[in-house]
Design a protein. Structure first.
Length: 122
């Protein structure tokens, strides 16, 4: 199983987003600071501001949500999936891009973490 950790501003909001919009399932919840979600062979660790993962590093840097590294979720129909998510209020960073390998679009979770929807070329 693949595990990815995302820092989030609010674990409850992130759980709702991933379970409702992207059909992840909640596997474990450890208070307000941490949750484990799953979808197929992916485990997603959600770490809130109170978690150990969000503590400053010895050089003073503060871990925070966002960036460009991302989860890639394969979908069968990217257009209809994107329309449904936009209608539910999900924020997108771009429009659907078409390349030789397929189509992709990047959306954000409520903390600004990127998620790529990818439809492989047929």
């Amino acid at each position: 199983m693949i595990t990815i950790r995302y820092l989030v501003m609010d674990v409850d909001t992130a759980i709702a987003f991933y379970t409702e919009a992207l059909q992840f399932r909640l596997e474990e919840r450890w208070g307000p600071a941490f949750a484990i979600l799953a979808k197929e062979n992916l485990r997603l660790w959600l770490s809130g501001p109170q978690s150990s993962a969000a503590q400053p590093t010895p050089d003073g840097r503060h871990p925070e949500p966002g960036g460009w590294n991302r989860i890639v979720l394969h979908v069968d129909d990217i257009e209809s999936t994107a329309v449904k998510l936009r209608q539910s209020g999900v924020t997108f960073r771009n429009e659907i891009l078409k390349g030789t390998g397929g189509k992709q679009v990047i959306l954000e979770d409520p903390s600004g973490n990127p998620i790529e929807l990818f439809e492989p070329a047929g």
